[in-house]
Write a protein that binds this ligand. Structure first.
Ligand code: MBD
Ligand code: FE
Length: 282
């Protein structure tokens, strides 16, 4: 007698909200009155302009109010913001980087994943579904120097599009790890290719997507945080050439430099791909 717990928007939302709260350094922003005044006034002015330009009705205003309340109840503020706003914050934050491209972090990062050696298999279930993938590469500085013992944190969805710790029934660290590169900055990560990710359709973000006639999909992706002493950490994602929704990511987080093209190794269904990371100096 087995009860399979279903993934729901409210459960993954609650987990993402809790993860965000537990990691956020309190009071970092919000103490500069002038800055808050400028930003919030401009945001409200933009909203007022939209109301006037489109003659927004009370019915629409109340639908917005109800929806905003629901986003909070579903714990979907991290999801909403990371899908529709974070890409511009990332663009601004990293505009002067010379090394590898970054992109958004999204709502499903968990720090302190299991530490693994330079060649490692990510924690996964026996017979984890999906095309086996060897993801290998080297971490270097912008001047070309290899970065020994660089840290490659990786996390990604499984072959059903689910993230451990945000969907029920998965081992705690499934498809998450912190790989420590060798003395030449090289790493070899054995994993499986993730599936495209569908934003939960049963929560507030799902209702917005349905109401606006959008699709709910992100292309399959690997999430990474790569770091080394004396260098800036990069948060990025890598996608798969020709994959569904690479051209129309709901989160607008795909960049041409971030697309992998894994090749068959000739051994069964195994694929492999090489991607090097270049870190800016701190
Ligand atoms: C994801 O997996 C993700 O990476 C982002 C940015 C938003 C929602 C789900
Ligand atoms: Fe993701």
């Amino acid at each position: 007698d087995t009860t399979i717990e279903q993934a729901t928007a409210a459960k993954s939302g609650a987990a993402a909200t809790e993860q965000f709260r537990s990691r956020r350094a309190a009071g970092a922003a919000g103490s500069d009155t002038e800055r808050v005044d400028t930003l919030v006034t401009e945001l409200l002015t933009a909203a007022h302009d939209i109301v006037r330009r489109h003659k927004v009705t009370y019915e629409e205003y109340n639908a917005l109010k109800a929806w905003l309340i629901q986003v909070g109840e579903d714990g979907e503020w991290p999801l909403f913001l990371d899908v529709w706003v974070e890409h511009v914050v990332e663009e601004v934050a990293n505009e002067s980087r010379e090394g590898s491209k970054g992109t958004i972090e999204g709502p499903y990062y968990v720090p302190d994943s299991p530490r693994l050696p330079a060649e490692a298999t990510l924690p996964m279930r026996e017979n984890e579904a999906g095309t086996p993938l060897l993801f290998q590469g080297q971490v270097r500085s912008v001047d070309g120097t290899p970065l020994p013992a660089a840290k490659v944190e990786i996390w990604h969805a499984d072959d059903d599009g689910f993230y451990s710790q945000f969907a029920p029934g998965l081992p705690e660290w499934n498809l998450r790890g912190t790989v420590v590169a060798d003395e030449t900055g090289r790493f070899w990560i054995h994993t499986v290719q993730p599936a495209p990710y569908q934003i939960p359709t049963d929560g507030a973000c799902g209702s917005l997507i349905a109401a606006a006639g959008w699709h709910a999909w992100r292309p399959a992706h690997l999430h990474l945080k790569v770091s080394a002493p004396g260098h800036q950490l990069i948060t990025t994602q890598l996608y798969f050439k020709g994959g569904t929704h690479v051209e129309n990511d709901i989160a607008s987080a795909v960049k041409p430099e971030l697309i992998l093209d894994p090749k068959p190794t000739g051994k069964g269904d195994n694929h492999e791909v090489t991607y090097d990371f270049v870190l800016d100096k701190a």
